[in-house]
Write a protein that binds this ligand. Structure first.
Ligand code: TRP
Length: 333
């Protein structure tokens, strides 16, 4: 017998989703929803860990993210989409897990370390931020997931989760399965339009799923290419050239693309030509997404109602998990 995998994935609602998200995770979710039992978490509580002073921003982005999901084809009838703060059992489980992890281990978590540096927290890092990997372990195990799609930078999160599960198992017995990370295979990271390694909302270098055709065109025409490719006749470099990085992922015609690369490297192919090609390709990719968004634009309350209902269903599963956990911990009275 082959049981369906239970998948848990999610996003912090702190911004609109961009095509980097599409390549890195959204497309994968659309595929996974047919073959697995998929849970998608709107991590509003986690979003507060680095938006302490902006709760209204987090709230406002919940619906934005839901619309992004809908527009790319995540099926709200099939995927179990839920809002973290409406499942207090997650927080309860996280408190239990805090006894199974040391402060030093959390400080050494590579993802956390990088984020503390990037955000300039230093010694001012809050306990809430430091413990978010523990909260994340609770997100995953509350639905008893065994497969978690992550970007390569999030692998330490899965290791942390598995350490907590191992510790739990060693002390209280087998309740949770080890969690398997799932890293998307074909280059899951798109550089920013400025050539920076990461596309990010805080970096102002993203192409959003909700961008208009005009805005996409402008962004593509301003894209970072090869700084030494000044004249059409000059030989150009394809590696590290943002336009080609995007074409690699989105151009449906591999042969033409290979020829263009050859021409570009030899000299005689201008940036404007390849940018126009990319702009058209991206806009025809985004067009059906825009149409689906337009469909739902006036049905926001329907979308929200739907998610509140699926959150109720997920909560029932979360309560079952907590019963099992409490039994292990002799907390049933
Ligand atoms: N950390 C993820 C993000 O930054 C969101 C998230 C929260 C998550 N809990 C998770 C992802 C558990 C995977 C598994 O967007």
């Amino acid at each position: 017998m082959h049981e369906k995998k239970i998948v848990l994935t999610g996003d912090r609602p702190t911004g609109k989703l961009h095509i980097g998200h599409y390549v890195g995770s959204l497309k994968q979710r659309v595929d996974l929803q047919r073959t697995t039992d998929q849970y998608i978490l709107i991590a509003d509580m986690q979003a507060l860990t680095d938006n302490i002073h902006n709760p209204e921003k987090v709230k406002a982005h919940v619906i934005e993210v839901l619309m992004d999901y809908y527009s790319v084809g995540i099926d709200f009838e099939v995927s179990n989409i839920f809002i973290q703060s409406l499942i207090p059992e997650i927080a309860e489980l996280a408190v239990i897990y805090l006894n199974l992890v040391t402060v030093n281990r959390l400080k050494r978590n590579p993802t956390i370390k990088t984020e503390i540096a990037q955000k300039g927290f230093g010694e001012a890092v809050t306990a809430g931020f430091l413990m978010y990997p523990v909260h994340q372990a609770a997100d995953i195990t509350i639905v008893r997931a065994n497969l978690v799609p992550v970007g390569s930078d999030q692998i330490p999160m899965i290791e942390q989760t598995n350490e907590i599960i191992e510790k739990f198992t060693a002390i209280y017995g087998p309740l949770f399965e080890r969690v398997e990370p799932l890293v998307p295979s074909r280059g899951n990271r798109l550089p920013g339009i400025d050539g920076q390694a990461k596309m990010g909302k805080s970096l102002s270098n993203a192409i959003y799923l909700s961008d208009s055709a005009d805005s996409v065109h402008k962004k593509v025409m301003n894209m970072y290419t090869d700084p030494n490719h000044l004249h059409v006749a000059d030989p150009g470099t394809v590696e590290g050239n943002t336009v080609f990085a995007y074409l690699d992922l989105f151009d449906p015609n591999a042969n033409e693309l290979a020829n263009l690369k050859e021409q570009y490297q030899k000299g005689g192919l201008g940036d404007v030509t390849i940018k126009k090609r990319l702009s058209e390709i991206l806009n025809s990719f985004l067009e059906p997404i825009r149409l689906k968004r337009a469909e739902i634009e006036h049905e926001k309350s329907w979308l929200m109602e739907h998610v509140l209902q699926s959150t109720k269903n997920v909560r029932i599963r979360a309560q079952e998990t907590m019963e099992l956990v409490k039994k292990c911990l002799h907390l049933l009275y």
